[in-house]
Design a protein around this ligand. Sequence first.
Ligand code: NPQ
Ligand code: MG
Length: 368
Amino acid sequence: MKLTGVELRRIEMPLVAPFRTSFGTQTARDILLVRVETDEAVGWGECGALADPLYSPEYVDGAADVLRRFFVPALAEADHLDATAVGRVLAPFKGHRMAKAALEMAVLDAELRAEGRPLARELGAVRDRVPCGVSVGIMGSVGELLDTVGGYLDAGYVRIKLKIQPGWDVEPVRAVRERFGDDVLLQVDANTAYTLADARHLARLDPFGLLLIEQPLDEEDVLGHAELAKRLATPVCLDESIVSAKSAADAIALGACQVVNIKPGRVGGYLEARRVHDVCAAHGVPVWCGGMLESGLGRAANLALAALPGFTLPGDTSASDRYYRTDITEPFVLSGGHLDVPAAPGIGVEPVPELLAEVTTATERVAC
Ligand code: NPQ
Ligand code: MG
């Protein structure tokens, strides 16, 4: 293939309810989409970066800038373009994995569409539907939390993840266990809100039989997680710390995690995400697919990834209506706690032009 055009598109999608984590509260998702045109097909990519650099160092304006200034011009030089070329061509540029992932996803989508191959098959999927969990934000009260969790369980979600932070951890977990019982698959996510000095406090979560505690400590504190893991019965899962297959292998070797959350954007794309999966599988470490409140485009591709054999825990691949009243693609609807893996070529879905136009705040063509 040859790259003939790239469009960067910003969309603003209002959330159905504010989403509060240990790093802040969001009421809308500002998303960067990448549309690539090649001589053979068009492809769509979605960038995981948030508006502010609070989850990771990347942010939407920064991702758009590095794409227009460096990544797209470098890729335009490549004469045998395919998805594997994207990582190779962009390797000299440090970091910016979410921006790289968005461009790679768009090229991968175009390549697979041109060849009539679905992403799931390309990645090595072994399922045509995946069980879905849901991420539940920090709430104003335990009562509000119990109503929200009850609604998700009624909707069919097979696993609940509670966002936690100091002051909102043991009590909400205890309340959910008391109300909904010990059979609910339950886990927590701290988004780096604790330090090793909190180890004894976090051990108070042990009696509740959680599946895992996700990223309790700073993203760079891999040794701290190894020490914490020794002091907790609850398995430690890493999210922010895992930025590549190499860092996953290192974290596993150090004993820093018993479970890994895989987000394609965080590790630089779907091809590296598969390598993270492979490394974890080789070490017998279960993985699950994380989420960045994606639109239907990223959601579709995440479902393809979550269908690989090592994804033995339900992920944050929730239905469209968990976050958005109107998605930009055909909505993903939960059925028996599962979502179908798209079977059409490429990522398997496309934006509905009118819905896309309604949420678009800016479009920019980058010269190729
Ligand atoms: C996580 N995702 O696993 C992330 C964090 C995250 C589904 O819990 C707006 C506001 C967008 C907060 C995207 C989930 C966000 C956000 C991702 C938090 O750590
Ligand atoms: Mg997380």
